[in-house]
Unconditional design. Structure first.
Ligand code: BYC
Length: 336
């Protein structure tokens, strides 16, 4: 038997008179559903602020996926072998697919893709800080896979239990694909690390450059995180930024050892008492500068994105014309 959604229960509440309380009754139904770990679905009543927070986070996430294609795509034509090229092309295509699932999830909240892309292109919505760094060598492709996709998985596995159904379900598939991405990055770095002295040095240099920005991906420290408390109450987020960042460090330390590479933090050590690693201070002024648009590649990324959007206009027009031509109304000979 299908479980009654909050909306169903709200309709029942209306029928038995409790809905005279207006929004308060719907709010109570919503709160009860969140407390019981039930999913909120698109047609369910939800507070405006919950909807706005989801649109903000899902949009930022979607934008990160499509902007994130750029740094890696930079190496497709220069991949060192056919095998590596095929893997990299598949990975970059996966990121485009993740963007599509996420824009679709945002659409279920009543926000169209055009509107979100417009906000990205005009700088009114963000994408992840991490994609404002350059990919200087082939080893950066490995470091992105190992560290950036690794950080993404650590952040996104709990999002599979997000209270909003379409976002949670999109995350299940995204996480499976990200796991594959993380492994390809690890395997690439391992090959370089075990290669010539120059290859090993290239791998180490990439890890040195990507380590700290990867830790920043988790967002500001908890005491400066504007949205965490409310998002955790709504069960959009299940863990705080610092909690996930620490979890990621603990995962990476033994992996770095197996890779034969060093993490660039002299203060990194096991804390027996806490059962976790301690690590050195993060340069939050760098993070803030990147968010303000002053990272090494902010301008390049957004210019390239706008250009791709403009150059793709004919594809969108052709797809719309094709859809109109094959719509049931047209097939039945009616005007559209
Ligand atoms: N970069 O209150 P807070 C990927 C902003 S894609 C930029 O803690 P929240 C991949 C935040 O938006 C990776 N901005 O926020 C793709 C807020 O500003 P606004 C993307 C950041 O939302 C291709 C302000 O700082 N993953 O994995 O509670 C290839 C205060 O922050 C960042 C996701 O998007 C940042 N790093 O928590 C490979 C995951 N951090 O909006 C890999 C989903 C924070 O008030 N998102 N800000 O102007 C989340 O889990 C959460 O949104 C965050 C931030 C943990 C990122």
């Amino acid at each position: 038997m299908a479980t009654a959604t909050p909306q169903h229960r709200a309709a029942e509440a209306r029928a038995d008179g409790t809905a005279e309380l207006g929004d308060a009754a719907f709010q109570a139904v919503f709160d009860a559903a969140v407390a019981a770990d039930e999913r909120i679905e698109p047609r369910d009543w939800m507070p405006d602020a919950y909807r706005a927070t989801l649109v903000r986070q899902i949009a930022q996430h979607a934008h990160s996926e499509i902007i994130g294609m750029q740094p890696e795509a930079n190496w497709i034509t220069r991949a060192p072998s056919l095998r590596r090229k095929a893997i990299l092309m598949a990975k970059v295509q996966d990121e485009a697919g993740h963007g599509l699932y996420l824009y679709s999830a945002a659409e279920t909240l009543g926000t169209g893709r055009d509107e979100l892309l417009d906000k990205l292109h005009s700088g009114r919505q963000k994408y992840s800080s991490i994609f404002n760094y350059p990919t200087l060598t082939w080893a950066d492709v490995g470091a992105i896979g190992w560290l950036v996709d690794g950080a993404a998985i650590t952040n996104q596995v709990p999002l599979c239990r997000c209270s909003y159904g379409p976002y949670a379900r999109a995350m299940v598939r995204v996480c499976k694909e990200e796991s594959f991405h993380q492994r390809q990055g690890y395997e690439l770095l391992l090959a370089l690390s075990r290669g010539t002295e120059a290859q090993h040095a290239m791998a180490q240099d990439a890890v040195d450059r990507w380590w700290w920005p990867s830790l920043m991906m988790f967002g500001p420290p908890d005491d400066e995180s504007a949205h965490s408390a409310q998002s955790m109450e709504w069960k959009i987020k299940r863990h705080s930024n610092d909690e996930l960042r620490r979890r990621f460090v603990d995962i990476c330390v033994p992996q770095a050892e197996s890779l034969g590479l060093t993490l660039p933090d002299p203060e990194l050590r096991w804390n027996e008492e806490r059962g976790q690693h301690d690590f050195g201070p993060i340069d939050w002024s760098e993070f803030k500068a990147v968010l303000k648009g002053n990272g090494p590649c902010n301008e390049q990324r957004i210019t390239q994105r706008r250009r791709a959007h403009d150059e793709g206009a004919w594809v969108r027009e052709a797809a719309a014309a094709h859809a109109a031509k094959h719509s049931p109304a047209t097939r039945e000979g009616r005007a559209v």
